[in-house]
Design a binder for this molecule. Sequence first.
Ligand code: SF4
Length: 430
Amino acid sequence: MSRNPLDGRTVFFPPMTEAAVRAISAAFRSVGIDARPMPPSDEETLLLGGRFSSGEECLPQKVTLGDALKLLVHREIAPGKMALFMPASNGPCRFGQYGPYMKTVFEDLGYGDVLLLTPTCEDGYSGVGDHADELLRTAWRSMVGGDLLQKLLLQVRPYETLRGAADRAFDEGLSLFCRAVEARGESHKRRLERMRAALREARALIHRVPADFSAPRPLIGVVGEIFCRLNAFSNDDVLRKVEAAGGECWISDVTEWVWYTNADHHRTLRRYGRLITPEALGARLKWHYQRKDEHALMEVFGDDFRGYEEPHDIRVAMELARPYLLPEGALGEMLLSVGKTVYLHGKGVDGILDINPFSCMNGIVSEAVYPRVSRDCDALPIRVLYFDGTGADRGYELEIFMELVREYAARKTTRRVLPGRFAAACAAGA
Ligand code: SF4
């Protein structure tokens, strides 16, 4: 048995969504690896991240670096005991430079012993030790469960009649789910049963939140760069601001990105004539089991997500982007944001917010094609917002956007299918 490179270390996860990082940390603990979310970002995050970057880097890099440095300068953990989860990419985007750049900063500051954990399929995920297969499946299930809870939270919170009740129920439900995820020594089958049971309880908690569903709010699809759109600190808590302005949000979740990377892997295999290889067989099996697990966890939520179904295959969204961006050439979030916008228009949303760090190439490319997308989607309001960590007041911008949204909602031709709770509320009020 090879030595686990993470022995004696704590793995920290950059704060994507609260649900995702808490759930994936639990998945790592399920195989005996100590793991935790990064502490919440704050002013010091930006101060430290800004001091050790030139200003040309993207906001997610600044936030992630600042959060990591906060732990180190306050000696909350010794460099030799810390590992930082840092996915990589070898595409053209600056994302691929985050890891190497952070490593340089750590070395310059005397924190060179911090381990950057960048698991990839090329090295058989050896970075996570001997439990890679078990961990990968649990990590996937944990992300799916976290996303589903977050989706339900966003559907209920705008309608709560007791302020803070939805967040409290979500927090409690997520803790239940994480406890089910992190149990050690379980078979995959038994762990799935535990997760489903925990999600059932979490769902019941969120359903018990006092809420008034008698009048559906305008529905805003939220797309964009993955970190900035999901990380409330980076986007100045834009989802809550939309809710405060009278809207409800449907955000593209973390698992969407995993499906996209799977689809991209299949595309590469086809392109290089490697469809009949052990690698391709492995990719097909992975897709099959991920889909099976996703269905098993989603089933727990009954008709909660009626009308809010994600594309049954991510390639559907990618194809919807084709009139504007070629899926074979325009990669990553720009493709997903544009394709998902068209998809969400078909689902009857009333507006789209595309959230990006300042100067993100994904946002810039999407913004260039949105006028055509909007024209083809009955003049659907689409607004691109860029964030740079300065906390600029966007109240005015959002107010104008919501005004356009209301005007569109009154004249749109695509109709939303509403989950049962709206029909039940209307029937009760009739
Ligand atoms: S996706 Fe955007 S924010 Fe992220 S690294 Fe690339 S350019 Fe920067």
